[in-house]
Design a protein around this ligand. Structure first.
Ligand SMILES: [Fe+2]
Length: 160
């Protein structure tokens, strides 16, 4: 990676890989929860994630690069943690609190990445990419806020 263009492309590939992994993890998380609210939130975000993947494919096109992911160690770790919760939680409330924590960690990671990538795209004069990244960033922030609301509304209280 010699230039900011290289670094930007690397991050597009990294988050593309991450979104694909999230697409696979969310249905499992929706299945694992006994909370209808949380299930709905996971299913809704899975649908949103499909659109996010498409936006990234548009960015590859803008850059004139082939659509290709690169293994993202951060998301692998976060999803491994979610899997651990799903394998080990022995109580519905504990399961939900653990799933919420995992999902919020994923959202915070994505918010960090999309925020940085939007700033870089702006510096690189990629106005169309900025617009696409900001649309996704808005969805990630809304998803995070919804999870906070669900946690506050009782999922965590039930567990304790
Ligand atoms: Fe996402």
């Amino acid at each position: 990676m010699k230039t900011m263009d290289d670094l930007f492309l690397h991050h597009v590939k990294d988050i593309y890989y991450a979104e694909k992994q999230i697409l696979k993890a969310l249905p499992k998380m929706a299945k694992a929860t006994s909370s209808p609210e949380l299930k709905k939130a996971f299913e809704h975000h899975r649908d949103e994630t499909e659109g996010q993947v498409e936006r990234l494919e548009q960015i590859f096109e803008i850059l004139g690069k082939p659509v290709r992911g690169v293994k993202c160690d951060a998301i692998e770790g976060l999803i491994a943690e979610a899997k651990e919760v799903m394998d080990e939680a022995e109580d519905d409330g504990v399961m939900d609190a653990g799933l919420l924590a995992s999902a919020q960690a994923v959202e915070h990671y994505e918010i960090a990445r999309y925020g940085t990538m939007s700033a870089w795209a702006s510096q690189l004069g990629l106005a169309k990419a900025v617009k696409l990244l900001d649309e996704t960033l808005k969805q990630e922030k809304a998803a995070d806020q919804l999870l906070t609301k669900i946690a506050a509304s009782g999922v965590n209280a039930e567990a304790s």
